[in-house]
Design a binder for this molecule. Structure first.
Ligand code: UD1
Length: 447
């Protein structure tokens, strides 16, 4: 459906081989990129996927219709819509506005089939428990790059007075009414903060969340909850104080721009020695990322809602260490590595958020990149050029890094399993083509 709306008229010379609607077919798509074009032009940044994935389940907290502007058209958003629909929510998503009608909720369960597709499904736990006193949510398994526990989410629910059982792969959470609590997270977690926040807004009494995540997506969630009638202090900081209320009401909101999508286009432009202007972006959410691009030799200009980047002939090697917001995002680590694969000198990239997030490395190596990984640190030895090859997407940001590498590689690069990229990048081949990239989406037998 997505592609019918976004791409049908704009598929290039291989249009005959492209299947538009069937999801199964969609899984088989691949990208063919002919590298070497400098990207130039402007690109509009879509709404933030990770904020939408929190805002949508938050609508479960009240009866009525919520209207969320700037909701991107992505596979992950479709998965969240399907999940909410199984609970009785009516979802309409024409264009970039999504409308959710929560007047007829009849199930409090998130089935394995959907949770295994997307871990953010776990976000329904907090709101269901807070509002209905019951939630049955499939326990998420590992993710592509290793174990990703949910212990902090569960501890927070227990602190709020929930009884938690694990039964046949499901988390079953029960409470008559949650009661305010002092929750202190050992690790700063986006998901656990979001879940705790959504549970606490309807709890009896005061909840304090310490070491809360300060990512803009959590701030956006807190602001939306406030619009629904929640009482939250300290929004944007790492200590949130929530005064529980009896009920919330439906509300409308406008989503923030996707800072990771923005960073990905900057990386693609920088790697190709190009020039790009991002529209509808919030530069204040990209401060550290932009300073890294400057260090690498890029000229950066920012306005209220735009960023321009002009790349040097050759990028300088710049080390990055990922950290919680406002540090360098782990979701930009793979793209940075692809860029540094063609920079002048050697770069050290350390991921302190996800120690195992290096699935893109063997694929980048297939394109000729020189990268050594020890524990959670990669050393990238910059080369003049990469060489096209067939590579495989393993997860969302890994696939973005492969596209960037393909754009600078000599010859053709084929990126298989692009369903990973469709989870989080709206119409990426169209946006890249508008910037002058030679990229086609084709149906493929390879998987
Ligand atoms: C969110 C983002 C993801 C991003 C990540 C870090 C969404 C839908 N996804 O994921 O794109 O990469 O933030 O910015 O918003 N942890 C625990 N126990 C828990 C929960 C987390 O140990 O119960 C650990 C994780 O293993 C990780 C760290 O906490 O090392 C941070 O993870 P977290 O912030 O929770 O990531 P997500 O919310 O899953």
């Amino acid at each position: 459906m997505l592609r019918t709306l976004l791409c049908s008229e704009r598929i290039g010379p291989v249009a005959g081989t492209v299947t538009i609607t069937a999801d199964a077919q969609h899984h088989m798509d691949k990208f063919i990129i002919r590298g070497g074009n400098r990207l130039s032009g402007s690109v509009a940044v879509s709404g933030a996927k990770n904020a939408s994935l929190a805002l949508m389940p938050a609508t479960l907290l009240a009866d009525g219709v919520c209207r969320l502007e700037n909701t991107p058209r992505l596979r992950d958003i479709t998965t969240m819509s399907t999940l909410l629909e199984t609970m009785g929510v009516e979802v309409r998503h024409p264009g970039t506005i999504i409308e959710l009608d929560t007047s007829n909720i009849r199930s409090y369960e998130a089935p394995y089939d959907l949770v295994k597709k997307m871990r953010a499904s776990f976000y329904v736990l907090g709101p269901l428990l807070g509002r209905f006193g019951y939630a049955k949510v499939s326990y998420p398994g590992g993710c592509a790059w290793g174990p990703r526990p949910v212990d902090l989410h569960l501890k927070a629910m227990q602190k709020l007075g929930a009884e938690i059982e694990i039964e046949a792969g499901y988390v079953i959470a029960k409470a008559d009414r949650l009661r305010g609590a002092d929750i202190s997270f050992d690790i700063s977690s986006v998901g656990a903060t979001g879940n705790a926040l959504m549970a606490a807004v309807l709890a009896k009494g005061t909840t304090v969340i310490r070491n809360a995540a300060t990512e803009p997506e959590i701030t956006q969630l807190a602001l939306f909850l406030q619009r629904m009638g929640a009482h939250i202090d300290g929004i944007g900081g790492n200590c949130l104080v929530i005064e529980g209320v009896e009920t919330l009401h439906s509300a409308n909101d406008k989503n923030i721009p996707d800072r990771i999508e923005a960073g990905t286009y900057l990386a693609a432009a920088a790697a190709t020695g190009g020039e790009v202007r991002l529209e509808r972006v919030d530069p204040s959410q990209l401060t550290v990322v932009l300073s890294k691009f400057r260090e690498a030799g890029c000229e950066i200009e920012t306005g209220e809602d735009h960023v321009t980047l002009r790349a040097p002939e050759r990028l300088e090697a710049v080390n990055v260490t990922t950290a919680i917001y406002p540090g360098f995002p782990t979701d930009m680590q793979a793209q940075w590595m692809a860029m540094m694969a063609v920079a002048q000198g050697s770069t050290v990239v350390t991921d302190t958020v996800y120690f195992d997030r290096f699935n893109h490395v063997p694929e980048l190596q297939r394109l000729g990149a020189h990268i050594d990984v020890t524990k959670n640190t990669a050393v990238i030895h910059g080369l003049d050029r990469l060489t096209g090859a067939t590579v495989m997407s393993t997860d969302l940001r890994a696939s973005a890094s492969l596209l960037i590498a393909g754009l600078v590689a000599k010859g053709n690069t084929e990126v298989l399993r692009v369903y990973h990229i469709d989870r989080g990048y709206e119409a990426i081949e169209l946006k890249l083509r508008d910037l002058g990239a030679d990229i086609q989406r084709v149906d493929s037998e390879e998987y």
